[in-house]
Design a protein around this ligand. Structure first.
Ligand SMILES: [Mg+2]
Length: 187
């Protein structure tokens, strides 16, 4: 597949999925900070990425709230911990959007739908989806990315086959992506 040569600067936005990209994807819901385990290298990656991208936005499906497995307050505590730790390590997240809806509700807000990205664009009109990269470990992240016209980076379990129209790049982790971008070699 022919890759575009992306020259990424501060006018670009990085959209990150949370579970499986920033923290270890666990079986249960992450309803307290003990269950929130940063993936190895992710804090260093976020430091590098913070120097490259103008905006870093987290978009995360959290249907555990809809299922009453956790409360919005518990989610906020986890996110405060995540933001604080990222900041202490030299990185930043500009804003977190979460979709509390059940999958069965088919909400426009919940990935693979685009509600959270559109909300971010409302809050930060300078976001240009054509100069955006969506990183995730699920197909629904890739679908959101393509619906808004962004580039997509898959960092999930190894795939035997995939749709090149849905996935632009594959990396083993956010850290690997940050290394490549730091060397300006995402071509
Ligand atoms: Mg995920």
């Amino acid at each position: 597949m022919q890759k575009p040569n992306l020259s990424i600067d501060h006018s670009w936005t990085l959209f990150l999925d949370r579970d499986g990209v920033i923290n270890v994807h666990s079986e249960g819901y992450v309803n307290n900070i003990k269950n929130f385990i940063f993936i190895d290298g992710v804090l260093e990656a976020l430091k590098k990425l913070s120097n490259i991208f103008g905006k870093i936005i987290v978009v995360t499906n959290q249907q555990g709230i809809g299922k009453k497995m956790m409360t919005v307050e518990e989610l906020h505590i986890v996110h405060e911990y995540m933001l604080k730790t990222i900041k202490q390590n030299g990185g930043r997240i500009d804003k977190i959007y979460f979709a509390p809806h059940l999958e069965s509700e088919n909400s426009q807000y919940r990935k693979p739908n685009t509600g959270m990205a559109l909300h971010a664009k409302q809050d930060f009109p300078e976001i240009d989806f054509k100069k955006s990269i969506v990183v995730g470990d699920s197909l629904s992240d890739m679908q959101l990315g393509k619906k808004i016209g962004a580039y997509t980076v898959y960092v999930g379990k190894p795939l035997t086959t995939y749709d090149p129209l849905l996935i632009d790049y594959i990396f083993s982790s956010l850290y690997k992506l940050s290394e490549m971008l730091n060397n300006n070699s995402l071509i």
